[in-house]
Unconditional design. Structure first.
Length: 71
């Protein structure tokens, strides 16, 4: 499964991560950048450390899970 992680700095200086499962691909960096700007501008989310104040990073993460047989 792939997910898009959006990382922001909050008012307390901590990193806050929001994830979007199965994002539309290919991921458009300009659209991600604009969406992150809009999240901050609209104050759409908050965190335990206060409002989101800056974009930190965004990344596409793919996770592979392999079961291990146990006896």
């Amino acid at each position: 499964m792939k997910r898009l992680e959006l990382k922001f700095d909050n008012y307390d200086g901590k990193v806050v991560t929001y994830t979007i499962d199965n994002p539309k691909e290919p991921v458009d960096p300009a659209a991600v950048n604009a969406a992150m700007d809009e999240i901050i501008t609209q104050n759409a989310f908050t965190s335990g450390g206060g409002d989101l104040i800056a974009k930190k990073s965004a990344r596409l993460v793919e996770q592979t899970i392999e079961d291990v047989e146990i006896l």
